[in-house]
Design a protein around this ligand. Structure first.
Ligand SMILES: Nc1ncnc2c1ncn2[C@@H]1O[C@H](COP(=O)(O)OP(=O)(O)OP(=O)(O)O)[C@@H](O)[C@H]1O
Ligand SMILES: [Mg+2]
Length: 342
């Protein structure tokens, strides 16, 4: 049974007043389940950072409710809020490490602050274990300037988890946006490991679909301060229902020029086994040639998601046979389309 850990109801956030007023978030409703990796994706200015800052109430919502672990944060006084916030940690694009402190001292920092001080030896032992977990046991004495971007983010992740008891939620605001693709992958793998092994609920804020497809279970598409659509990553990927969703899933657009007499078919891959050469098989087994008009598919694990638009043969019988074949492929839906023709 899934259990809601973060519930956001009718959340609005407006900055400024009068002419300078910016409605950064409009009537946001969101439920994030315990133990999932939830993505919030949107372009620059969509309101992502504002939303994540409203989750831990670094930013006071203008109206609406935020409930975390059954506790309504929006109803708490500052002192109780500080305590409740400890259950949530955050990491950022810029890492935000203390430059004058070593990696180990950075990780110890939240423990020193929390009042739950304990002995120095105990703090350092815990920090050492976290260093081990993020894969940098030999960097205890390194200063941030001596670390690469990926290593800095690993230290920031260890610091985010250092609080005792361990935070249940990790909020990541563009945590991989400053990193190259390989380093991004390794940080995403680490977040996945933290989610699986420690049961931490992870909220990933990003402008990159790639990040969402790699690790998220569910995703909400944010644009103009409004959640345009939300659901399972595989659903939104294979069949975005809104313009905003399509813009993110198919950033290159699907608007194409085709000859008006061509019939088109759109294939939605919703978990088909990847690596099946559909077009080649049709040609080899049935002698039918299809044109690939556009393709935007990707592989998650060994499954394919996304869409492909094919031009059907002029010959009616061949076109019909091709459709029958395409419709029988497991994990693929095929429908004729007319809305792509300009
Ligand atoms: N403190 C603030 N005062 C006034 N306006 C703000 C403030 N913070 C954010 N905004 C505005 O709210 C809107 C959403 O900003 P936000 O930073 O949440 O977007 P974002 O999706 O995180 O963008 P990015 O991907 O560039 O980080 C923007 O129009 C921004 O200018
Ligand atoms: Mg932001």
């Amino acid at each position: 049974m899934s259990e809601t850990i973060i519930r956001i109801e009718h959340l609005c956030k407006t900055f400024g007043t009068g002419d300078g007023k910016v409605e950064a978030l409009k009537d946001i409703d969101l439920d994030i389940q315990k133990g999932e990796i939830f993505g919030i994706i949107g372009l620059s200015g969509a309101g992502k950072s504002t939303l994540v800052r409203c989750i831990n109430l670094l930013e006071r919502p203008t109206s609406g409710k935020v409930t975390v672990n059954g506790q309504e944060l929006t109803a708490l006084k500052e002192k109780d809020l500080r305590k409740a916030r400890r259950g949530m940690s955050m990491i950022f694009q810029g890492f935000n490490l203390l430059m004058q402190r070593t990696a180990l001292e950075n990780i110890c920092f939240p423990l020193e602050l929390s009042g739950l001080k304990g002995e120095k030896g105990w703090r350092e032992k815990r920090a050492g274990e976290l260093l081990e977990m993020v894969g940098l046991p030999d960097k205890a004495d390194a200063y941030p300037v001596q670390l690469s971007g990926g290593q800095k983010q690993r230290i920031a992740i260890a610091r985010a988890l250092a609080e005792y008891p361990q935070p249940q939620v990790l909020l990541c605001d563009e945590a991989t946006s400053a990193l190259d693709p390989t380093t991004t992958q390794s940080i995403l793998d680490l977040l996945k490991k933290i989610n699986r092994e420690l049961g931490v609920t992870v909220v990933v804020i990003t402008h990159e679909m790639r990040v969402v497809e790699q690790i998220c279970d569910r995703v909400a598409v944010l644009e103009g301060g409004v959640i345009q659509e939300q659901g399972d990553v595989s659903d939104i990927f294979s069949n975005p229902r809104t313009e905003a969703g399509r813009r993110l899933v198919m950033p290159n657009g699907e608007k194409i020029h085709v000859l008006p007499e061509n019939r088109l078919v759109r294939l939605a891959f919703n978990g088909a086994t990847s690596g099946e050469p559909i077009i080649a098989t049709l040609a080899a087994q049935q002698g039918i040639c299809l044109n690939i008009i556009s393709a935007d598919t990707r592989t998650i694990g060994d499954k394919s998601f996304g869409t492909m638009v094919l031009g059907l043969p002029q010959d009616e019988t061949e076109a019909a046979r091709a459709l029958i074949y395409l419709r029988e492929i497991p994990g693929v839906t095929a429908e004729e389309v007319t809305d792509l023709v300009q």
